[in-house]
Design a protein. Structure first.
Length: 124
């Protein structure tokens, strides 16, 4: 099971680092999508920061598994927000599927590493 979690962590960290930094950099695709969804551009920056923080927590989780749980939770909740945004905008299932899967993977990492969460700094 540890190998599966490490693979999911790596996939999520890579995907959310790329997505987060491209949102922060103001890549035209993301700016256009946020405009299409009726969301302000400052929210694109917030979403990018949340994605980068979640990815960073997953990377730290290679050494401290409690951080994997936190990163998985951040990614999972971000996935819920992404799915709700796509549903609200009436996007196709094809457009919604990537964030749905990534959010699901985030929750899988969270639940597998949930027992390690008691070791998270400030929780002991």
């Amino acid at each position: 099971m540890d190998i599966v979690v490490i693979v999911l962590q790596s996939l999520l960290a890579l995907m959310f680092l790329m997505a987060g930094f491209s949102k922060l950099a103001g890549v035209k695709m993301h700016a256009d999508n946020f405009a299409k969804w009726g969301l302000p551009q400052w929210f694109r920056i917030v979403a990018g920061l949340v994605e980068v923080i979640g990815a960073a927590a997953l990377i730290v989780g290679y050494w401290e598994p409690s951080w994997s749980a936190v990163g998985g939770l951040i990614i999972g909740v971000t996935g819920i927000g992404g799915v709700l945004t796509h549903v609200r905008a009436k996007d196709s299932f094809k457009e919604t599927m990537p964030i749905l899967l990534l959010g699901l993977f985030g929750f899988i990492v969270f639940f597998v590493r949930l027992s390690d969460l008691s070791d998270f700094p400030g929780f002991n």
